[in-house]
Design a protein around this ligand. Structure first.
Ligand code: CO8
Length: 258
């Protein structure tokens, strides 16, 4: 377990890393210190050999967005020279599967970070939104792009242009999250899913993630070719033999990433 001013990180023996945004008094508002520590924590996660990352927030929010107090007096020059908050994007670049366990508010940058996760599990009391319009700005770490890809233009325009919040049930209906569970169960559900994924071949899980993400980046024919190349490649490794032999032997597979 390691803690910094704004984050807590644990990695368990099952290969599941749990990273908690931990500024609950400010509803985990994303400031520069947290971003710097987040970037370092992601390096620790990679170095630890963790197979899945669960990201959550302490207290009554996942994250209520970028820190407005920190941003208010910034100028265009400050923002562009520092590329303000750009390092959050490192979450989307992580090769291992990531699961967002969303408790409470996921607003603005908080919603954008949630959308960088591969699987999103929400507590029933969670709420999502891009309220930047009310602050005289727009989403800045992927909201206009990822939300549109996830829920389509009509819903994305509605949310981004009005700043309205959606509850967990609506988030599930529009395809922003894949599961809704009681608030008290959200982290445990995410950890169960994480342990399940961590028990599979890590190489297959990473390949699956890379292929699904490719769907947003390329044409169907290129995406299908990319998938087929990965599919064929997995036959180069022991985990394919083990997975198929275990099925035929009617026993659980023991993947070794070999
Ligand atoms: N920034 C700073 N402080 C915050 C933030 C925030 N985003 N959100 C909450 N807080 C603080 C409050 O100021 C308050 O502090 P204090 O107790 O010292 O007064 C504390 O957290 C608790 O908040 P509230 O008292 O407001 O709690 P409520 O339950 O009444 O309300 C809400 C909860 C609805 C979540 C409310 O706090 C809220 O509306 N927060 C702001 C949400 C928002 O507008 N988020 C978008 C921010 S902009 C953004 O995210 C842009 C991202 C892209 C930037 C990328 C640049 C490259």
């Amino acid at each position: 377990m390691s803690s910094s001013d704004t984050l807590t990180l644990t990695v368990d023996d099952d290969g599941v890393a749990q990273l908690t945004l931990n500024r609950p008094a400010a509803l985990n508002a994303l400031n520069t210190t947290m971003m710097t520590e987040f970037s370092a924590a992601l390096r620790q996660v990679t170095d630890s050999g963790a197979r899945v990352l669960v990201l959550t927030g302490a207290g009554r929010a996942f994250a209520a967005g970028a820190d407005i107090a920190e941003m208010r007096d910034r100028t265009f020059g400050d923002m562009t020279d520092s590329n303000h908050l750009a390092a959050w994007e490192e979450l989307a670049d992580l090769r291992i599967p990531t699961i967002g366990a969303v408790n409470g508010f996921a607003l603005g940058g908080g919603c954008e970070i949630a959308m960088m996760c591969d699987i999103l599990i929400a507590g029933a009391g969670a709420s999502f939104g891009q309220p930047e319009i009310g602050l005289g700005i727009i989403p800045g770490i992927g909201g206009t792009q990822r939300l549109t890809r996830l829920v389509g233009k009509a819903q994305a325009m509605d949310l981004i242009l009005t700043g309205r919040r959606v509850d967990a049930a609506e988030a599930l209906r529009i395809g922003l999250v894949s599961r809704v569970v009681p608030d008290d169960d959200v982290l445990e559900e995410a950890l169960v899913v994480a342990r399940q994924i961590a028990g599979f071949s890590g190489r297959a899980a990473r390949a699956a993630k890379e292929c699904v993400l490719r769907a947003d980046q390329t044409t169907l024919s290129e995406g299908l070719l990319f998938e087929r190349r990965w599919f064929h490649s997995l036959f180069a490794f022991d985990d394919q033999t083990e997975g198929m032999t275990a099925f035929l032997d009617k026993r659980p597979a023991r993947f070794t990433d070999g």
